[in-house]
Design a protein around this ligand. Structure first.
Ligand SMILES: Cc1cc2nc3c(=O)[nH]c(=O)nc-3n(C[C@H](O)[C@H](O)[C@H](O)COP(=O)(O)OP(=O)(O)OC[C@H]3O[C@@H](n4cnc5c(N)ncnc54)[C@H](O)[C@@H]3O)c2cc1C
Length: 215
């Protein structure tokens, strides 16, 4: 398989890769965007902090618009997992399962991150329905006045609970880490955040709300 020559290979067709590809295509570079999975953005049930969408927008809708915009200027979006990148003179050869696919002068990695979901039954369905949230910055506002359980570990979990405490008076940190790793106990007490130190094994969902967290 002879690799196809392009100016730039963007790896990842989430918001970052698609934004870059629109800019690059408008800079009149030949651009291929390779994506081998599901962008994390596709999980967004309804975003309220996306500039320009005061009524909210789903992750799927924003990705669709961003893909069209990039393609409008000539970016090519390919469904492919890049499994190897090798330097080749002043460029790179990118290989997929099918073999060497592209030779690019530059490669932009926009591969995102992968969430570690809590090990709970049906948690993925609950995330897609906005019943379990995984981005405090994105969704804190929607927690105003609600009773919130934050599943977290170590002092990072404590910091996330403290952040959510700015939206709600009823916050409980369910600490999923080793007890010794949580040092911010005094701060949690000062903020009035309850602490549960036990692994949870179930989130009970009734209709469209979480009705119980069980441990
Ligand atoms: C439930 C949920 C709700 C959220 N709500 C909001 C919100 O309201 N507002 C907000 O601003 N943000 C929100 N976010 C965060 C937002 O989704 C991320 O910040 C955003 O998706 C990051 O974009 P990205 O392009 O960096 O990564 P991603 O969207 O994750 O895209 C990266 C892509 O790279 C691909 N990839 C990785 N490795 C390879 C490889 N080797 N070859 C080919 N492709 C590869 C992946 O398959 C993926 O498609 C939310 C996230 C989740 C999960």
């Amino acid at each position: 398989m002879t690799p196809r020559a392009v100016d730039v290979l963007v790896i990842g067709a989430g918001p970052a890769g698609l934004t870059a590809s629109t800019y690059l295509a408008r800079f009149r570079r030949s651009v291929v965007v390779a994506d081998g999975g599901e962008p994390r953005a596709n999980w967004i049930p309804l975003s309220h902090n996306m500039p320009g969408f005061p009524e909210g927008v789903t992750g799927g809708a924003i990705l669709g618009r961003m893909r069209s915009q990039a393609e409008e200027y000539g970016a090519v979006i390919a469904s492919a997992q890049v499994i190897a990148l090798e330097q080749d003179g002043d460029g790179f050869i990118a290989t997929t399962q099918a073999g060497p696919a592209w030779r690019a002068r530059a490669v932009l990695m926009a591969t995102g991150v992968v969430d570690h979901h809590p090990n709970l039954p049906e948690v993925e369905d609950a995330i897609r329905r906005s019943l379990v949230r995984i981005c405090p910055i994105c969704d804190g506002y929607e927690a105003i006045g609600k009773t919130v359980a934050v599943i977290g570990r170590d002092d990072l979990g404590a910091r996330e609970a403290a952040f959510i405490r700015t939206y709600s008076d009823a916050v409980t940190l369910i600490h999923a880490g080793a007890p010794a790793s949580l040092t911010a106990r005094d701060e949690l007490a000062r903020l009035g955040i309850d602490l549960i130190e036990a692994p949870i094994d179930r989130v009970r969902i009734e209709d469209d709300r979480v009705s119980a967290v069980c441990w």
